[in-house]
Design a protein around this ligand. Structure first.
Ligand SMILES: C[S@@+](CC[C@H](N)C(=O)[O-])C[C@H]1O[C@@H](n2cnc3c(N)ncnc32)[C@H](O)[C@@H]1O
Length: 228
C-alpha cells in the first residue's frame, strides 16, 4: 500500500523531498503557465500542498487562493508563500470551499483533485468547485499519465487507477490538453531509495534495484473544462 496519507500529514519532510525532486527543468510549470490564462484572473488552487506552483502563478494573477485540507501542508505553504501579497491561504476541505458562489475565474490543481479520496469525496469536491467557479470560468488539472517509467515502478493497479482518474475527468466534461514528459531527479540513488521506499515500499526498492538511476522519467496530463 502506498503511504500518501502520512506523506501529507505526519511525514511532510518526505513529501517535500519528493516534490523537490520532481521536474528539475520545471517543464510542468512551463507548460501549465503557457496553457492557463491566469494573468489578472482570480484563481483558486485546490490541494496546494507545500505551495510549489503559486510562486509562478500568483504574481501575475489578480488574486490567488491556495487551499489544502492538511494542516501540515498548509504550514509549509504559509512559509513558502509568505512574501506574495495577493495570496490567501485557506485551510479547508475542497468539499466545502470557504468562498462565495461564482467567485473564481479559474480553479486549478496539480495532482490534487485526483488525490481526493474516496470517490464520493472527489465527486462532492467537484460539486463545490462548480459552485465556486464563475459562469464561463475554467477548471484545470494536472494528473499523472498512466504510462512511463515512474508508473512502471508503481505497478498495474496504480496505472489502472490513474487511467480511471482520466476517464473520470472525461466523464465530467474535461478534455485532454497536453501530455508532458518530465522526470524526478534525486540527489543520489540512496536518496531515491529513501524517499520512494517510504512512499511506495518494496516495489520502489525492486524497481531501483533493476534500474539503478537517481533520475526516473514520468509523464503528466493537463486537462481542462470550460464551465458553461
Ligand atoms: C499529491 S498532493 C499534491 C500537492 C501539490 N498540489 C503538488 O503538486 O505538490 C495532494 C494534496 O491534496 C490535498 N488534499 C487531499 N484531499 C483533499 C481535500 N478533500 N481537500 C483539500 N485538499 C485535499 C492533500 O493534503 C495534498 O496536499
Amino acid at each position: 500500500m502506498e503511504r500518501w496519507a502520512e506523506a501529507y500529514t505526519t511525514d511532510t519532510g518526505i513529501y517535500q523531498a519528493f516534490a523537490n525532486a520532481a521536474d528539475p527543468e520545471r517543464e510542468v510549470s512551463r507548460r501549465v503557465l503557457r496553457a492557463i490564462p491566469y494573468a489578472d484572473k482570480t484563481i483558486l488552487e485546490i490541494g496546494c500542498g507545500p505551495g510549489g506552483y503559486a510562486p509562478d502563478m500568483a504574481p501575475r494573477a489578480k488574486s490567488y487562493f491556495a487551499l489544502d485540507v492538511s494542516e501540515a501542508m498548509i504550514a509549509l505553504a504559509r512559509e513558502r508563500l509568505a512574501g506574495i501579497p495577493n495570496v490567501t491561504i485557506l485551510h479547508a476541505d475542497a468539499q466545502s470551499i470557504p468562498l462565495a458562489d461564482d467567485s473564481m475565474d479559474i480553479i486549478f490543481g496539480t495532482w490534487a483533485i485526483g488525490a481526493i479520496w474516496p470517490h464520493e469525496t472527489r465527486e462532492s469536491a467537484l460539486g463545490d468547485i462548480h459552485r465556486v467557479v464563475k459562469p464561463r470560468g475554467e477548471v484545470w488539472a494536472v494528473e499523472s499519465h498512466w504510462q512511463g517509467p515512474f508508473m512502471e515502478m508503481r505497478g498495474k493497479e496504480e496505472q489502472d487507477g490513474d487511467h480511471q482518474t482520466w476517464l473520470w475527468y472525461k466523464s465530467h466534461g474535461f478534455r485532454l490538453v497536453d501530455v508532458i514528459d518530465y522526470a524526478f531527479e534525486f540527489s543520489s540513488l540512496d536518496e531515491a531509495k529513501r524517499i520512494l521506499g517510504f512512499i511506495f515500499g518494496e516495489k520502489a526498492h525492486r524497481y531501483l534495484a533493476a534500474h539503478p538511476d537517481r533520475r526516473i522519467g514520468h509523464r503528466a496530463i493537463l486537462v481542462h473544462k470550460q464551465v458553461s
